[in-house]
Design a protein around this ligand. Structure first.
Ligand SMILES: Cc1ncc(COP(=O)(O)O)c(C=O)c1O
Length: 398
């Protein structure tokens, strides 16, 4: 019989060292907001993961230096092959302690100070911070809005950038955070062809890849063409998928040996590829036993996304929810409210008392938008939407 997981359970996270809750004062200037910002879930992690961690911690009392056993890698390889059609060998993969950290390592290894790196704003903000913080230069190949209010890649502008600015690397956020775009294979194929022609390495961040929603699929960059396998460095993780970001476990796959060997050697020398034993335990349990939990979790998230979109349509016409194709993040178009940036933040934080990510954080094109994390119990989300609707009403009835 199928097990039913409980995503309605309300879990108090305050004081548990959670970024989402315990950094509210620093993030919003007050600690009484209902937080729906940083991208982890308000659901208990898959119980099969919890159980295997408990068994390892209590069942074996030595926590010494650890080495990945073959089944750790095999669980990642099997999952990627079965779900995403991505094939690779253990030799082509390496452990990475977090994807932002892995991106910083890739920037330091593959580029030099002053090199240009392309990002596609609005996009996950640490990309810009890591690039500029390491004295490299950001070139923005901005996403274009389509007629129906969604977004697409501007491939003409990308080619112009490759030709005239000669960047060393491009970041493909695949799927794309904050909008939740599951990039189609043909778009990725064109990116790969251009990148190969102009000698650009493509860093594909696939952390949201297993969170594709109904009617969409995740296409790993390494599956799209020979060009992609020549220029691609991809990183992925079970962290977002199974709500185990605090465990810190990610992986990198590179097909091209000329890129892979020097990078992996450099990582080994710097002791960057040794997973701790809890990361290995949780990762293996997630990929071996987490599929059913994930299926139910995604269904619950779809229900939450629909609820938010319907709620905005019916009660907050000035805000439009752009439904993601992947991930539990919803990009809210608040431009019809006609508020300046500070007034929009004031509306959410001080009037509605809800803590979301400010869209402008993801680049200038994010002005007038907010990013809402809907991976929380539905009752919490409903409360947040009600608070928002009430706050918007005060704008017309001051
Ligand atoms: C696109 C993207 N990459 C990376 C991360 C963070 O990954 P990690 O916690 O492994 O550094 C996030 C988290 O929100 C993300 O959205």
């Amino acid at each position: 019989m199928n097990k039913k997981y409980d995503f309605d359970q309300l879990i108090d996270r305050q004081g548990s060292g959670s970024v989402m809750y315990d950094m509210r004062q620093a993030m919003f200037g007050r600690d009484d907001v209902l937080p729906l910002w940083v991208a982890d879930m308000g659901f208990a992690a898959c119980p099969e993961i919890t159980q295997s961690l408990a068994e390892r911690v209590t069942g074996h009392p030595i926590y010494g230096y650890s080495v990945p056993l073959e089944d750790y890698w095999q669980s990642i390889i099997d999952w990627q092959r079965e779900r995403n059609g991505l094939e690779f060998t253990i030799d082509e993969a390496c452990f990475i302690g977090g994807i932002v950290h892995g991106f910083a390592l890739a920037i330091n290894h593959f580029t030099r100070p002053g090199d240009k790196v392309v990002i596609q704003e609005p996009v996950y903000h640490p990309f810009r911070n890591v690039i500029t913080g390491n004295n490299r230069l950001v070139v923005n190949n901005a996403l274009k809005r389509t007629g129906d209010g969604f977004y697409e890649m501007d491939l003409e502008d990308l080619e112009r950038i490759f030709e005239t600015q000669r960047p060393r690397m491009m970041v493909l956020c695949n799927p794309h955070n904050p909008i939740g775009i599951a990039w189609p294979a043909d778009v990725q194929r064109q990116v790969a062809a251009l990148a190969r022609r102009y000698g650009v390495i493509v860093f594909s961040d696939e952390i949201h890849g297993d969170l594709v929603l109904k009617g969409h699929r995740h296409t790993s960059f390494l599956t799209v063409s020979d060009d992609a396998r020549e220029v691609g460095v991809i990183m992925g993780a079970p962290s977002k998928t199974f709500n185990i970001a605090g465990i810190v476990s990610s992986w990198c796959v590179i097909k091209n040996p000329d890129l892979r060997r020097p990078f992996f050697n450099w990582l080994v020398i710097n002791d960057e590829c040794s997973p701790n034993f809890l990361a290995m335990t949780a990762t293996r349990a997630a990929y071996r036993h987490g599929a059913e939990w994930l299926g139910q979790c995604l269904e619950y998230i779809e229900g939450n996304i629909d609820m938010v979109a319907d709620y905005c349509r019916e009660h907050i016409p000035g805000i439009r929810a752009i439904k993601p194709q992947a991930s539990f993040l919803v990009w809210l178009d608040c431009s019809a409210l006609g508020l300046e940036h500070d007034a929009l933040i004031d509306l959410f934080v001080n009037k509605a008392r809800i803590g979301l990510n400010d869209g402008a954080m993801f680049g200038k094109a994010g002005n007038g938008f907010m990013r809402l994390n809907v991976a929380v119990p539905r009752a919490t989300l409903r409360q947040a939407m009600q608070q928002l609707a009430d706050a918007v009403l005060t704008l017309s009835n001051p």
